[in-house]
Design a protein around this ligand. Sequence first.
Ligand code: ARG
Ligand code: GLU
Length: 723
Amino acid sequence: MRKITLCFLAFILIALPGFADEGMWIPMLLKKYNIEDMQKAGFKLTAEDIYDINQASLKDAVVGLGREGSPFQHFCTGEIVSDEGLMITNHHCAFGMIQAHSSLEHNYLRDGFWANSKKEELTNPGTTASILVRMEDVTEKINAALNSNMSEEERAKKIKEVSRKLEAEAVKGTNLQANIKPYFNGNQYFMSVFKIYRDVRLVGAPNSAIGKFGGDTDNWTWPRHTGDFSVLRIYAGPDNEPAAVSPNNVPYKPAKFFKVSARGVKEGDFTMVFGYPGTTNEYLTSYAIDQIASVEDPHKIKIRTAKLDVINAAMESDELLRIKYAAKAANVANAWKKWQGEIKGLERFSTADNKRILERNFNQWAQANGKTEYIGLVDRYKNLYDARQEYILAAAYATEAGLRGAEVIELARNIKQILEVYDQANDKEIFKQRVKEYIQSFYKDYDVATDERILVEMLKLYNNEDLDNQWIPEVVRLSPKYAKGNAYERYAADLFKKSIFAHEDRLLAFVNNLNDKTIKKIEKDPIYMMMEGIQNLFMEKIRPELGRIEREINSLNRLWMAGLMEMQPDKIFYPDANSTLRIAYGKVAGYKALDAVYYTPYTTLKGIMEKDNPNIYDYDVPQKLRELYKNRDFGPYTQDGEVPVCFIATNHTTGGNSGSPVLDAEGNLIGLNFDRAWEGVMSDMQYSPEICRNIAVDIRYVLFIIDKYAGAKHLIEEMEIIH
Ligand code: ARG
Ligand code: GLU
């Protein structure tokens, strides 16, 4: 009896319309689904102010940052804050750019970088800045080409074919680019049309002691004191249209830029985040949650822990190694830490159990209403996830410990790929030159001794008892010749001694002497052979079967999503994040993190001084900041006498939302999104309004650092600041 009541209650709860704070909404549908709710929550503008295709709207000031070759996979978001294309994003979003421009002589990571004039701004070829022109629902056009007799593969092929055709038609005769993506697990399709700028320059970045204050120690946690911002500028051709990087380009004149509000917000105030969230999985079943939390993530965490132990020790030991490995370490550590928080959150909030209740209700509903297409659906997941388990584990080792384990393996893989087109190269000398440039750029951020130690750890982990022997490539197993003590160390040392990939000079000499005959020699290289062994096993035995299982799961997911929407016709669903432009809205709010622990929503400069510790790299406050604090030289950037640094809100965000504008009720810029708070990072799979918080750097701290710390007053003057 009690059980039934519980289920019934849960059903009611789950069936209620979405919580105001949860959701990543589609801008073109705000008018239909959200604007009233937003206005009730305090928003003062209209849906058209946010998204309008006939006149300038806020969307024109939001930028998806991507890379040439994959411009639609936005790695971060930026926002335009002046009529000369000035753009702000996170420090960690521009970290790769800052790192690439850094050397021991010009250590911009350590010392910061500020261009005194536009001439000094640094180009970053390969970085793209996309501005959404319009969106269109193309579901009907896609569905018209599909039928229920198609296999999943035929279906996927057809969707691709029709999408490419629609995309081409949409931008014919223009310099725009269109991209169609599935929404709601393939139940709907929307096309986004972009104008993509290709000349993005670095204007300024604080030193890491500010921009990455707290480092990986504080990453994913609140309270936070990171000045996670950097300043970029979009350049266009003289006609204000996209152009390749060129000295003839001029600052881009945007249709719209954000006004910056130095007025601040207080607890309870409306906030919204406008940007490009990458991936969420809110509609997974209990089977998926269980597998992620108990198998997939724990193994990936274990592998990365070993890798990070080696990298961190190297970075601690030497300043040059710190520069070389800064970006790599941050990357590896970021997901590693998030997975740990995610597992905790999923357990604490009984996500899998909640899903099981939902699944049971779904079954009952399908039975009671004779929905034959949904009856038994949930059970079909079980077999598929059972089958997936072994493959996902094998894949985790092949990628995390193998192909992306020691970097030398990745190098061999990339060189292999490059050499595959050697035959087709018209000018062999130019070809060789390119390869050598790639090798040199690889070696710029590479340390052989560190990588050898990584390989040792990876080999040890790869040979573990959770992994059936068939998933451990021959080349990864230890030959009897190394049977005695320090076996893996000796094996790795041998490989590194013999392989040309571990010796820049030998690799360059190989490329110099490249011809039809010598090219074959590489196949005998021991690191090359190791790479081939791992890759072949992965491509031939793991990926095809894993792909097949996941295609079946995806087709169930499509049905599951459709069923959920049918079962709860009054609920307004939001689609999972897919790297397209979204709005998340909510309010500034503290939270109760743990028993007896309540966090308020603001941090201040005072807190930075409390953390100050010259002996801890992540908390070593720059002297100049100490002095500004001591002299209380804060300019107009204060609240209650202190400089605000970061704040948290209930906006539903994920990776890719980094750098997104956090806006107030009038659409003014009040902060930059850059993280989430530890206790709620499971929000990619289950959002809980009481605990899930996004973290933003307060725009007043950004202004304070630019103005008082960096002395870049010209940038302050370029923005429109409301006091
Ligand atoms: N956790 C944030 C995000 O997911 C910040 C990552 C960069 N910072 C770092 N310390 N690794 O991207
Ligand atoms: N730091 C993340 C990013 O780069 C945002 C944090 C999150 O995952 O919510 O997008």
